[in-house]
Design a protein around this ligand. Structure first.
Ligand SMILES: O=C([O-])CC(=O)C(=O)O
Ligand SMILES: [Mg+2]
Length: 389
């Protein structure tokens, strides 16, 4: 058994939307296919992966160094003899050969995307949905049969007024979501408060609305927003300041008792540990949003979950960024608190399997081997072209 080829294609996920920090007018992502010599149903098993929005495609890094480390490795060294399968941990170690510690920037995205495709292949070789494989191997066989998801959107874009924002949010409620998220921080505070009030009119209660500042605020602005947001009793206040400014996050906790969330831009278990050590995050109410696709993949994610456990954090406080099926599988198989969803943006990468409805804020997973990409036809069309083309 061996990996015979790894392919990458960078595709556009550009759109006119913007958060408080970036617009997505030139956004791309990498799609990866890991082609194996294992035959299932008369065809070679191919594992697929892609990286979450926000960090651009990683083809150059992959081609420069990561892919050759796998294709040039002794195939025997990448095998899991116990399960007669590929070994994602050995593959990860090989990918990270001659990589120094620290500075977890773009390479964590390249490795995370390849790692997703490896796990998809491993679950297909084992003939199980990935969440089932994860529960069987790491959680005594107990998987969640549905995952809580919230609808993320509420972006800024040219010509978008409050009525359009309200229509968007109404659309999410109509599709079964019970919590929605909107962007803040690209408009003056008074304008954002008006936008927030207009959304609360639609969703009925601040408890059903999360807001995301995408790391835009300095400490004074983060606190000014905290004071202004308090009366609305929001679901969470996300990424107020720079993702690596743990002191700012810790100070903010002195001004805001309600739930906060951050972590989507922390890409290693060491950075996650620093947030929990120094960021004043509260395990009884706050949420962390680490995204495996941006942060060295599931192999590293398990280390992050171990760090959390060691520091007294329940895995139920994790609601990953990224709105992809990989995190949905991790949520169901490893007992996270939920997952982000982008029902309307970043298509065909946003959203989950075709025909699976969100009911009262929960979504089920398709019962097919792997991550479930084959059950999302528009996404699978892109993947298949790369893997089989
Ligand atoms: O707008 C983005 O970069 C995505 C984001 O923060 C989120 O989904 O929480
Ligand atoms: Mg965010």
């Amino acid at each position: 058994m061996r990996i015979v080829d790894i392919r990458e294609k960078t595709v556009s996920i550009a759109s006119p939307i913007a958060n408080a920090y970036i617009d997505f007018s030139k956004m791309t992502c990498s799609v990866v296919a890991v082609v194996t010599d294992v035959i299932r149903d008369g065809k070679p098993v191919i594992g697929y992966g892609f990286n979450s929005n926000g960090r651009y495609g990683q083809g150059a890094l992959m081609r420069d160094r990561f892919l050759a480390r796998i294709t040039e490795a002794d195939p025997e060294s990448l095998l899991d003899k116990e399960h007669d399968n590929l070994d994602p941990f050995a593959i990860w170690k090989t990918l990270m050969t001659n990589e120094k510690p620290g500075g977890h920037g773009e390479r964590s995205v390249a490795v995370g995307t390849i790692d997703m495709a490896v796990w998809d292949a491993v679950a297909k070789i084992e003939g199980k949905p990935l969440y089932r494989l994860l529960a069987d191997r790491y959680r005594n066989g107990v998987a969640d049969d549905k995952v809580w998801v919230y609808a993320a959107g509420g972006y800024y874009y040219p010509g978008k007024d409050d009525a359009k924002l309200q229509d968007e949010m109404r659309g999410y409620l109509d599709r079964g979501y019970d919590v929605v998220k909107m962007k803040i921080g690209a408009a003056p505070l008074a304008d954002d408060i008006r936008r927030i009030e207009s959304v609360i009119k639609v969703v009925g209660d601040g408890r059903r609305l999360a807001v995301d500042a995408n790391g835009r605020f300095d400490q004074a602005t983060a606190i000014a927003y905290a004071e202004a947001l308090k009366p609305y009793n929001l679901f969470w206040y996300e990424e107020a300041g720079d993702p690596l400014d743990y002191a700012l996050q810790a100070e903010l906790a002195n001004h805001y008792d309600l739930p906060m969330a951050t972590g989507e831009n922390l890409f290693s278990h060491q950075d996650a540990r620093n947030l929990l050590r120094h960021g004043g995050m509260r395990p009884d109410r706050d949420f962390v949003q680490f995204d495996c696709a941006l942060s060295y993949g599931l192999v590293e994610y398990m280390r992050t979950l171990t760090v959390m456990e060691d520091m007294g954090w329940s895995s139920r406080r994790v609601v990953p960024h990224g709105g992809h099926q990989m995190s949905l599988n991790i949520a169901a198989g490893l007992h996270l608190g939920g997952n982000e969803s982008y029902p309307d943006v970043f298509q065909p990468f946003g959203g989950f399997a075709d025909g699976i409805r969100v009911e009262n804020g929960y979504v089920g997973l398709p019962d097919i081997p792997g991550v479930g990409f084959e059950a999302k036809s528009a996404l699978y069309a892109v993947m298949r072209e790369l893997g089989e083309g």
